[in-house]
Ligand binder design. Structure first.
Ligand code: HEM
Length: 284
């Protein structure tokens, strides 16, 4: 620094060298629409912890948005028979899931008393109505028409979810890929009713056994299977941490969305997205 407070002429690393005039150029805040982003962070009570509650939901929704984008892109490529780029996309999904799971650590600093200070303000609103979460589940294969109901008042959300309900999941596309590699995936599985979850099938298990017994020969689908297992593994962790956070915050009260609460979430822990990928290990 010189006496006038500005950087010496030769100091290329000084902050004074940074751009400062944004009357014409696009600034950081404008590019990222930070005014709109922060405007959405609007607690409706003076309760200190409502900020935290909103922030954790917001960041989770941002990660869900990325996860849905990555899954969709991966699925488009898988449908075209491409496996290398989807592996990278699924790796990103796995990392984003880790961020979502870590967010519980921040939220757990909120006690039941803190929560009760603003609980009444959001009425029947619940993550159960998260359209992005439902989309993620539908893409991964956990789907049911009943789950569309909270979105009937929003055709813009309902339409894409309905389309996803009738379209193959990432696992359906993977099984089609196995069939394209010459593995004997049963026709009844390939032509199944897509609006319900895939159920474990001995024929699919046999196809995966062939892959897992000869990974070199089927390397890309083998890697894809392990990546899908990572996704399900992380999804389970998120669900489990959600359940524990719910139990320590509201105990066994009904959920704001109208389900039994912890009981409903406990049952969801039993969901298995890719059953044969877990089962195959037993037979190796
Ligand atoms: C203390 C904080 C939280 C509590 C007490 C809580 C409570 C609940 C309860 C009781 C349910 C069951 C549905 C119902 O409302 O009846 C639920 C569902 C859900 N919550 Fe939370 N939650 C919390 C935080 C979060 C956060 C931060 C997210 C992040 C997005 C989230 C996402 C979801 C989702 C996606 C569901 C639907 C799960 C499914 O249908 O399998 N929750 N929550």
């Amino acid at each position: 620094m010189n006496a006038a407070g500005s950087a010496p002429a030769g100091d290329a690393d000084a902050p004074e060298r940074a751009y400062t005039d944004f009357t014409r150029a696009l600034s950081y805040g404008e590019y990222l629409q930070l005014d709109a982003l922060h405007a959405a962070h609007r607690p409706v009570t003076p309760a200190h912890d409502e900020h935290l509650f909103i922030a954790v939901h917001h960041v989770s929704e941002v990660w869900l948005n990325l996860i849905v984008q990555e899954l969709r892109a991966a699925m488009t490529l898988l449908e075209a028979g491409v496996t290398d780029a989807p592996l990278k996309m699924l790796s990103r999904v796995v990392r984003a899931q880790e961020q979502m799971t870590n967010a519980w650590e921040v939220l757990k600093t909120m006690t039941p008393a803190d929560y009760l200070q603003f609980r009444d303000a959001f009425g029947q609103a619940s993550g159960f109505q998260s359209a992005q979460y439902r989309m993620m589940e539908f893409l991964l294969g956990n789907r049911s028409a009943v789950l569309l109901r909270p979105h009937e008042h929003r055709p813009d959300l309902h339409g894409p979810l309905l389309a996803a309900l009738h379209a193959p999941s990432v696992y359906d596309l993977t099984l089609r890929l196995l069939a394209a590699r010459g593995l004997p995936v049963p026709a009844e599985v390939l032509d199944r009713d897509l609006t319900v979850p895939h159920e474990a099938h001995p024929g699919v298990l046999a196809a995966w056994l062939a892959v897992y017994r000869d990974p070199e020969r089927y390397w890309d689908v083998y890697e894809l299977a392990e990546k899908l297992l990572d996704v399900e593994d992380n999804f389970r962790r998120w669900r489990f941490n959600h359940l524990t956070t719910v139990e320590r915050t509201i105990g066994f009260k009904r959920g704001s969305g109208g389900t039994s609460g912890a009981g409903y979430l406990q049952r969801a822990l039993g969901t298995v997205l890719f059953p044969e990928l877990w089962e195959v290990r037993t037979h190796l």
